[in-house]
Design a protein around this ligand. Structure first.
Ligand code: 5AD
Ligand code: SF4
Length: 433
């Protein structure tokens, strides 16, 4: 008889892909069906994030809740970045947890489930050659990892200590996965890594050397059936002209790009060890905009990093004003254990809250400006989700969420849509015959 699996995913796109790998590996060894009700599950897994403090606190309150409401004999496992970071400390705080499997140890999940007390958190574990079993949460899009870990050591970031050193996955494995996904009907490929445009710099297998991210994009776009390629996250430092040229000229590459700014102040960027200046960042954005007129740019910004002065913050606002990002993921700095920034001079939390609000308010005016410009335009939309109200939702090739009235016939199709209405975050339109 099949067992029931409840799995919750917190955090980034990498964690979403890790969850797919976890489900695939569990199913390869045992028969699971997924449930959204933790109290009927035989196995409860939380795939965590530890990039900021909040999700870590949430983990322990949720674990307590799951333990109270779980059915007799059900197992509880903690996976992901917090698992890597806290290891067996998790058992001390939540002794009823059965196993702990880190973000770089997903291949060990099936054994861990079988052995109470297992802790698999080696951040040097090399899974780049590991062939995971198949499972995808969407029929229309395929997430594919192209690298693991990160070598950057940004002073605010816990990721290098939870996901280990950066290694690229051999191109043959990536291309095979992309071909398989295309055959199963996925028209969109989403390439994932902590610094995707550093792809090819470190392989554990030396023979695979000399492969750039640009070349990988070119090879993937040759695959029949793949119409859209997306990726996250590129690092501003590695945004060379060759890459920008490929981004601009390859029609299969979606014209939405995430360029994490973090701060607009060159002094703070230096303290963050980001490796670029305000001017370099602006220059890259200007170049992309000049080459790709319909590009949409998203970013990550941290406010109230240690020592951030009012002047530094004004520099960030100045970059926001100049680039007019289409989307900003804003964060108030959160000190993380064993990171250099955690021991620097901290900013008063209220100042951080105020700066965050100023940034959000400025960004809203840009969002409205951008979204209104879409009225009357035609976007090519890939439809993926039928809503109960008779609408069908998809994304334009530059990442705009678009709704039209329509039936399931549109699912999985890329169709031209004329935009008739906008809100701050999505568009409505009609299909153009
Ligand atoms: N505090 C606040 N935000 C952080 N991020 C990473 N570490 C921290 C931290 N300590 C943000 C960065 C990163 C995104 C994924 O999370 O902006 O790009
Ligand atoms: Fe963290 Fe910096 Fe690596 Fe991104 S590049 S994962 S922010 S250390």
């Amino acid at each position: 008889m099949s067992k029931k699996l409840f799995i919750e995913t917190l955090g980034c796109q990498m964690n979403t892909r890790d969850t797919e790998h976890i489900i695939a590996e569990l199913n390869a060894h045992s028969d699971y069906i997924q449930t959204t009700n933790s109290s009927e599950a035989d196995l409860i897994i939380i795939n965590t994030c530890s990039v900021r403090e909040k999700p870590v606190a949430k983990l322990f309150s949720e674990l307590g809740q799951f333990n109270k409401t779980k059915k007799d004999g059900a197992k509880i496992g903690v996976c992901g970045c917090t698992a890597s970071h806290l290891g067996d400390e998790i058992f001390k705080r939540a002794p009823y947890v059965d196993f702990v499997v880190g973000a770089r140890n997903v291949s060990k999940i099936s054994q861990a489930v079988e052995k109470k007390g297992t802790v698999e958190i080696d951040i040097n574990n090399d899974e780049t050659d590991y062939e995971f079993s198949e499972y995808r949460s969407s029929n229309f899009k395929a997430n594919i990892n192209i690298s693991l870990g990160c070598d950057k050591q940004c002073t605010f970031c816990i990721v290098p200590s939870t996901r280990g050193d950066e290694i690229s996955i051999p191109a043959e494995i990536i291309l095979n996965e992309a071909k398989k996904s295309a055959l199963s009907g996925a028209k969109e490929i989403f390439l994932l890594g902590q610094n995707v445009n550093n792809y090819g710099k470190h392989f554990s297998n030396k023979e695979s050397e000399k492969y750039t991210f640009t070349k990988l994009l070119q090879e993937i776009s040759k695959i029949d059936g793949i119409d859209r390629i997306r990726f996250t996250s590129p690092h501003p430092l590695h945004m060379d002209d060759e890459f920008i040229e490929e981004f601009a000229s390859n029609p299969k590459i979606c014209k939405l790009i995430h360029i994490p700014l973090q701060s607009g102040s060159t002094a703070i960027l230096k303290d963050m060890k980001r490796g670029y200046t305000k001017e370099w960042f602006l220059n890259r954005c200007e170049r992309i905009k000049a080459k790709v007129p319909n590009v949409r740019i998203s970013t990550d910004i941290i406010v109230a990093f240690p020592d951030e002065s009012e002047e530094d913050f004004l520099d960030t606002l100045n970059v926001v004003e100049k680039v007019k990002f289409d989307q900003i993921f804003n964060f108030k700095y959160s000190p993380r254990p064993n990171t250099p920034a955690a021991t620097m001079e901290q900013i008063d939390s209220e100042i951080g809250t105020k700066r965050l609000q100023t940034l959000i308010d400025l960004h809203k005016t840009h969002q409205d400006e951008h979204m209104e410009k879409n009225i009357g335009k035609i976007h090519s939309v890939y439809f993926e989700d039928l809503k109960p109200n008779g609408e069908i939702m998809g994304f334009s090739d530059n990442g705009l969420q678009v709704f039209v009235k329509g039936s399931e016939e549109l699912l999985g199709k890329i169709v031209d849509v004329k935009i008739t209405q906008n809100s701050r975050t999505s568009l409505k339109g009609i299909v153009v015959e």
